[in-house]
Design a protein around this ligand. Structure first.
Ligand code: ATP
Ligand code: MG
Length: 425
């Protein structure tokens, strides 16, 4: 019987890992310069954490969680997203008491959602996300958005669109909620079962429905932006002002509500506008969640963050035809001719590696010609050849593959020679 990966998951093969590693290193480097320190939380959490923080009426909690009972009878869930765990850790470790606020955290790792498989939608996918907890300054909303945009620009994407909206504060949400119920109630029988359910529980979610997206009542629905309290409106204006100062273009989308229950004020999404990206164009989603920390047992502390998946970032790169600059070329391939030379070759590649020079050799006892072919395929920058005569003379032949130039170098000098050629300190 032949086994296959479970539906919605994938193997990332050696020919693709350099791309992943490159993106991961860009993300880590940006987290360093924006100063969002990495946090690593468990892959599974108590189910209730997600029910509480993501929200009972969301798609994630209603249909997408991998929930299981462990041998001790506890209900656990593979994390479907990173904010809940991050905020749980923030509360558990009382980070709100640390002298330097806000607490700025980032995470990267696999998330799990039981979704219908389609392009850009996996059941296991890797999210990178950040959270800034402990500040209600609109400047940090702009920082978080700028960070997200910076990621896509750094990898070389151009066809991007930033959509923003404000969900306002509690008062905004309450008056808007009543208006939404009045708007949808007379026609709710025309909507899907989920929406019928959402009407009383959380009518805002109706605007986020994937099934009834085209229903005419969606376009005429009361807009949150019309219900913003003066404070919320002023907050939104400030965020926009900071974005303008940062030179970040945006569009206001009054129907942007995002899938999670705990958002307040700023909500944003970054979309790919590349042709041929396919139906799902959202690359990144984020927003402010001023009620969440308290909701899961912490003090009343505001927060904001975003999450993106590397899978969709890769799709966007593909759609725009952007090639990442990858450096997985081999520094030096050593070819030994004869048994004595082989002993020396083993010694040499070890001394290269000790100095940070990537080195490889033949382990199949193939002829010189086949070994040269390997060196080509591996994109070796240099080939070092040792034969019997070279051994006697105490030299090796070094061939620079790009130019074809060949020269003899003293065997005792070869490490220094290569270090210099490869600009390795
Ligand atoms: P969608 O509307 O596409 O279902 P969402 O609201 O469920 O998105 P979030 O929970 O905000 O998405 O997740 C943030 C980001 O994570 C998304 O913008 C997307 O880049 C990525 N993402 C979400 N679900 C998946 C998935 N199943 N496979 C790959 N990436 C995903
Ligand atoms: Mg989703």
């Amino acid at each position: 019987m032949a086994f296959k990966v479970p539906r919605g998951t994938q193997d990332i093969l050696p020919e693709n890992t350099p791309k992943w590693q490159k993106i991961e290193s860009i993300l880590r480097e940006l987290a360093r310069v924006y100063r969002y320190k990495e946090i690593r939380t468990p892959i599974f959490e108590h189910t209730e954490l997600f029910q509480r923080s993501v929200g009972d009426t969301t798609d994630i909690v209603q249909k997408e969680m991998y929930t299981f009972e462990d041998r001790g009878g506890r209900s656990l869930t593979l994390r479907p997203e990173g904010t809940a765990s991050t905020v749980r850790a923030y509360v558990e470790h009382k980070m709100y008491g640390a002298p330097d606020q806000p607490i700025k955290l980032s995470y990267m790792g696999p998330m799990f959602r039981y979704e219908r498989q389609q392009a850009g939608r996996y059941r296991q996918f890797v999210q990178f996300g950040v959270e800034a907890i402990g500040s209600a300054d609109p400047a940090i909303d702009a920082e978080v958005i700028a960070f997200a945009m910076d990621i896509y620009q750094t990898v070389g994407l151009k066809d991007l669109k930033l959509m923003i909206n404000s969900l306002g504060d509690k008062e905004t949400r309450d008056t808007h909620r009543t208006a939404l119920i009045n708007h949808f109630k007379p026609h709710i029988h025309e909507f899907c079962d989920d929406c019928k359910n959402r009407l009383e529980k959380n009518p805002l979610r109706i605007l986020d429905c994937k099934v009834d997206r085209e229903h005419p009542l969606m376009q005429t629905a009361p807009k949150l932006t019309d219900y913003l309290t003066p404070t919320s409106r002023e907050y939104f204006e400030q965020v926009k002002k900071y974005l303008e100062i940062l030179g970040i273009e945006y569009e206001v989308d009054p129907n942007l509500v995002r899938g999670l229950d705990y958002y307040t004020h700023t909500a944003f999404e970054i979309m790919s506008t590349a042709e041929g990206f396919g139906a799902i164009t959202t690359l990144c989603g984020g927003g402010r969640y001023n009620g969440l920390v308290e909701e899961i047992g912490g003090p009343d502390v505001p927060g904001i963050g975003f999450a993106l998946s590397i899978e969709r970032l890769l799709l966007a790169l593909e759609a725009e035809g952007v090639e990442l600059e990858l450096d997985d070329a081999l520094d030096v391939y050593v070819i030994a001719l004869g048994d004595e030379a082989k002993l020396k070759a083993v010694e040499l590649i070890s001394s290269f590696r000790l100095k940070g020079i990537s080195a490889d050799m033949d382990y199949l006892m193939r002829k010189m010609k086949a070994q040269m072919k390997s060196a080509d395929r591996l994109q070796a920058k240099f080939v070092v050849i040792i034969g019997e005569t070279e051994l006697e003379e105490g030299v090796v032949v070094v061939k620079q593959m790009e130019t074809g130039n060949q020269e003899k170098v003293e065997i005792n000098e070869i490490v220094n020679y290569l270090k210099q050629q490869l600009s390795i300190d």
